[in-house]
Design a binder for this molecule. Structure first.
Ligand SMILES: Nc1ncnc2c1ncn2[C@@H]1O[C@H](COP(=O)(O)OP(=O)(O)O)[C@@H](O)[C@H]1O
Ligand SMILES: [Mg+2]
Length: 320
């Protein structure tokens, strides 16, 4: 990226300027969440002619702070010393999802001065036939269920949506999107993204179009951060559980709660595990090769995710 004298330094300063927000402290410890886990910003990518483009930044593009109601096109999150390796971790998880056929937000990683930044292309934008950039309305699953943001976790003083409610939010989606929602949930368990709360699933409501499921976003494995909550955001088969402890009867309970055939859900879990193993090397190499990426963190993430998925696959065959 180029344009101004030193765009990398400008971006680094942009993050320094963002007000520091405190961590949310939940009953189980620290949560990474909208309210504070991650500092972030929404920017617009402009091409060399200054025209907004709906793509991850390429050479010659410039980043701009959108003004006067102009839509942003990317969400940018810098690395975070409290969650070491988050940039590689999140970009690996989202790219892995994409590689195994789960629609996921497109990501890349770029350096900005001394920092590394993850760029996430906004899925709630489209380019009209005339080339104008337009917003698509999105509602996260807390909003869709009329639940205030403070109730995004199932457990806590302010209790929020459980798994049945989350999966039930897909009831008005086209059948393929309802299945994609199940895939998102399975994937979040396989990679141990315990922070998969109600605001980390969303619906898209395009004007004049039908309701759709937003792609997967905000996924990282907490296995790299032992001090972050290791229990999944929702109870599984009635209890708080760590993703790696999920076994056959728990999947069966999830299936029954939403009227899927248990055998189909187990089969899907195994398929996703197989695909995840098959894509580990290619995805980790691709992410590690990005400028601004750190091979060590990406490989650590890939190893932890694979170990978790294998453990779950092993438990799939455990007798009830
Ligand atoms: N790629 C994206 N396109 C559009 N909206 C997004 C995208 N990624 C995240 N969001 C929205 O922004 C919110 C915050 O982003 P998220 O990645 O979840 O950050 P955090 O790590 O702080 O929770 C999400 O709840 C979602 O509504
Ligand atoms: Mg989030």
């Amino acid at each position: 990226m180029c344009g101004r004298a030193d765009p990398e330094v400008a971006l680094e300063r942009h993050f320094e300027d963002l007000q520091q927000r405190p961590f949310l402290v939940g009953e189980e410890g620290v949560r990474l969440s909208l309210a504070g886990g991650q500092k972030k910003s929404a920017l617009a990518v402009l091409d060399a002619n200054g025209v907004p483009v709906l793509r991850l930044p390429q050479d010659g593009d410039v980043l701009a702070v959108p003004r006067h109601g102009a839509p942003s096109t990317v969400i940018v999150k810098p690395d975070n010393p409290i969650l070491p390796g988050i940039v590689g971790n999140e970009s690996y998880c989202l790219s892995l999802a994409q590689a195994i056929g789960i629609a996921a937000a497109q990501v890349t990683v770029l350096p900005a001065g001394t920092r590394n930044i993850i760029y996430v292309l906004r899925y709630d934008r489209r380019v009209s036939r005339t080339g104008a950039l337009q917003r698509i309305h999105q509602e996260d699953f807390a909003q869709a269920n009329g639940v205030p943001p403070g109730r995004k976790y199932e457990r806590g003083t302010l209790a929020g949506p459980d798994l049945v409610t989350l999966l039930g939010t897909g009831r008005d989606l086209p059948p393929t999107d309802a299945l994609s929602l199940l895939d998102q949930l399975i994937f979040n368990i396989l990679v141990a993204n315990t922070d998969a709360h109600a605001k980390n699933y969303s619906l898209l409501l395009p004007v004049g179009g039908g309701l759709r499921l937003a792609p997967l976003y905000d996924v990282s494995t907490v296995l790299a951060w032992p001090r972050v909550v290791q229990y999944f955001a929702q109870n599984i088969a009635g209890r708080k559980r760590k993703p790696g402890d999920v076994e056959a009867r728990h999947w069966d309970a999830i299936a029954k709660a939403v009227n899927y055939r248990p055998a189909d859900v187990r089969k899907r879990v195994q398929e996703l595990v197989d695909a995840l193993l098959a894509n580990r090397v290619a995805v980790s190499q691709a992410i590690a090769a990005l400028p601004g990426s750190s091979r060590g963190y990406v490989e650590e993430t890939a190893g932890l995710v694979e170990e978790n998925a294998l453990r779950i696959a092993g438990r799939l065959r455990k007798a009830p």
